[in-house]
Design a protein around this ligand. Structure first.
Ligand code: OXD
Ligand code: MN
Length: 677
């Protein structure tokens, strides 16, 4: 153990050597209020960290000035030097005029809402509490190209990651952040990913100069200032966001300087010159990336999944479901008669008797497309009643919002993400501008939905009996099937999940893209490691969830959809019965199919329709040739990655072999009657 000098003297001389000497009395003040800074002589690392924290506290005069006495006291009350250092460092760099430190008090949330309106980042709509926000014309989606992981030399992520050397990235982002908040207010938010006091929750601090982002965070995540105060050494994720210079429409002006940099080593994310929520709301997908890394280290799973309760005979059974963006995830957990716990992100932990999931959010940032009274009555109701809702990138005419597929008569003109809009308006490339963006969003709180399940606040989470995977697939998967077992499900369903590109994405339509666990965009660890972790996750668990596949996008040869939008209600009921062992199955080469005799009464009971055998046969005829091609395609993709577990290849090969044998006996397209014994 090196000889450590008296810490106070050492810190004092260090501060002097860095030109901070005359702030020493502030340090003394902090020492009196902080029990974290009881300087210990026994551990050099602790000592160095404390020194760093103390140096950060030389920002105190600056912080006092920018936060005002109330704000400063609010921060000081946290007795958390690491936090003070973090906020101080970025306040010094970004140079906001003022800093607003949000506590959990409703007045603080109210203040932020008011600021969003006052600063013109949101506008009021007719219904009380409803506002609209517009993102820039070219800032309408997650920016994958400019979202990069900052990796230090010793970190290897493997292929498929968009990475940047850490030092270079930090230098660049710091230079972009330099003075970026001049003339603006910096909001400091303390938030929780998960119910407060849950052993599975993660805590986070978001810095942002956008009142819209701060407002969105408030709707979507639980405030946690008091929790931070009660736990001065709480570890936390950190987010620094600036919308940058705003143009005359209050949208980020410098899209060429848009950057989203994720520092996995320090659990720190930067987001600059953008406002679109998927790029800026730190606790959403930016946190998911940090959480995936943490989950891997701590042996739990951070997943892009809804959590829902499905009603069975006098019981509620919980499922999670992973679907790529815009593939029916929210509409599944919102189906009539069932309960939503969360629509987007779940943390899955091992309990003594099974897998438990918590919803990290308290709100929904949903795509507002085809949301209408017929298909989504419960969301529709909230979107058409007074209450707190932020709409983004829809059309507004006479303070009324319009969006694609709302079933309303479209006005001739209004304001949308392109500014003032009129029918036939084209962009600079001559493309017609849609009246509302296909990725327009609503942001609302879960507890405003009639079907929310109070279990979303349960710190232990809910026990998961089934996990559902589904993508946009016109020609391969049946609408519903069950895996043979966990390994088979993880490999042939979860890790083989594909989705077809739509006209909403750039490039060719209908191209299948592999999206393992629907988490491809958010992975922060090598794919092989991620799959391996899934495979081993349920080891030793008494009652693991059953893995299912669904497909809402199956088409016939004429290119028409062959299932109805409501059929998922029946599929869910079947899965609910299945996890309780109450319905039977047909073994096929790709998994277990349901029986006609058991689906028919479910259609009667749930949808009051008669399900014909012809329909069943069309839905559940095994498209063996397409499934075989899929196995080949997936194997080829995995062969291009390093360190994929061997079982991925052997399980896919076994399935391929079963399909080849089946095709030899029954042809490329095999009706379900073939499997009846
Ligand atoms: C997404 C989202 O893009 O939830 O997945 O916003
Ligand atoms: Mn999502």
């Amino acid at each position: 153990m090196p000889d450590i000098p008296n810490p106070l003297t050492a810190v004092k001389s260090l501060l002097h050597s860095r030109g901070y000497g005359n702030h020493f009395h502030y340090l003394k003040f902090l020492l009196t209020i902080s029990d974290k800074i009881t300087l210990k002589n026994d551990n050099p690392d602790t000592f160095i960290n404390q020194q760093k924290a103390l140096i950060g506290m030389t920002s105190i005069p600056l912080m006092k000035k920018k936060c005002g006495p109330r704000g400063f006291q609010t921060l000081a009350d946290l007795r958390n030097p690491a936090l003070m250092e973090f906020i101080g460092r970025y306040a010094r760099l970004c140079e906001p005029d003022t800093i607003f430190v949000r506590t959990d008090a409703p007045e603080d949330a109210h203040y932020i809402r008011e600021q969003a309106l006052l600063q013109g980042e949101e506008y009021p709509l007719t219904l009380k509490g409803h506002t609209v926000h517009f993102d820039g014309y070219y800032d309408q989606a997650r920016d994958k190209k400019n979202t990069q992981f900052l990796v230090p030399p010793e970190m290897t992520l493997g292929s498929g990651f968009n990475t940047l050397e850490k030092e270079q990235g930090i230098t660049e982002i710091h230079s972009l952040l330099q003075g970026i908040m001049k003339g603006k207010k910096l909001y400091v938010l303390f938030l929780a990913l998960g119910p407060l006091a849950s052993p599975f929750s993660i805590y986070a601090v978001q810095l942002t100069d956008s009142a819209y982002v701060a407002h969105s965070e408030d709707i979507l995540y639980r405030p946690a200032y008091e929790w931070f105060k009660a736990h001065p050494s709480l570890p936390f994720f950190r987010y620094v966001h600036s919308a940058g210079v705003l143009d005359e429409r209050n949208t980020s002006a410098h899209r060429d300087r848009r950057r989203i940099y994720i520092d996995l080593e320090d659990d720190l994310v930067f987001s600059v010159n953008t406002q679109y929520a998927g790029n800026t709301v730190g606790l959403k997908k930016l946190a998911l990336r940090l959480a995936i890394q943490k989950a891997q280290q701590e042996d739990w799973l951070a997943e892009h999944m809804f959590i829902m309760g499905v009603h069975g005979d006098g019981r509620r059974t919980y499922f999670t479901g992973a679907f790529p963006s815009a593939c029916g995830k929210t509409s599944t957990c919102m189906v009539e008669g069932e309960r939503i716990v969360g629509d987007d992100i779940a943390y899955l932990h091992k309990g003594s008797d099974g897998v438990y999931a918590i919803n990290v959010e308290r709100g929904i940032l949903g795509i507002i497309r085809d949301v209408n009274s017929e298909d989504d009555p419960l969301i529709w109701e909230v979107l058409n009643s007074p209450g707190e809702v932020i709409f983004s990138n829809i059309l507004v005419t006479d303070n009324i919002p319009y969006w694609q597929g709302d079933g309303k008569e479209l006005p001739e003109s209004g304001t949308n993400f392109s500014g003032s809009w009129y029918r036939g308006k084209t962009d600079s490339q001559g493309h017609e501008i849609p009246f509302a963006h296909p990725n327009a969003r609503y942001t609302l709180r879960l507890d405003t939905l009639k079907n929310h399940d109070p279990a979303y606040e349960d710190p232990e989470g809910v026990k998961i009996k089934g996990i559902i995977y589904g993508g946009r697939d016109s020609d391969t998967w049946p609408p519903l099937f069950q895996s043979f077992d966990w390994i088979h499900g993880v490999i042939t369903m979860a890790a083989s999940l594909e989705s077809e590109t739509t006209s909403a994405t750039l490039g060719k339509e209908g191209v299948k893209e592999l999206n393992p666990m629907a988490n491809r965009d958010f992975l922060s660890i090598p794919l092989g490691k991620y799959i391996e972790h899934h495979l081993s996750f349920i080891q030793g668990i008494e009652d693991p969830p059953i893995i299912f596949g669904v497909n809402y996008f199956q088409k016939n040869e004429q290119g028409e959809y062959i299932t109805s939008i409501h059929d998922k209600q029946v599929w869910l009921k079947w899965m609910e019965h299945r996890v309780h062992g109450e319905v039977h199955i047909l073994p096929t080469p790709i998994g277990y199919f349901p029986l006609y005799e058991e689906l028919h009464p479910l259609f009667e009971q749930v949808l009051h329709t008669s399900y014909s055998y012809e329909q069943y046969e069309t839905h559940f005829t095994l498209r063996a040739q397409e499934n075989l091609q899929k196995m080949e395609r997936i194997q080829k993709i995995y062969a291009s990655f390093d360190h994929i577990p061997g079982s991925v290849f052997s399980v896919l090969t076994d399935q391929k072999q079963r399909l080849i044998t089946a095709i030899d006996h029954h042809g490329p397209s095999i009706p379900p009657s073939v499997w009846v014994q």
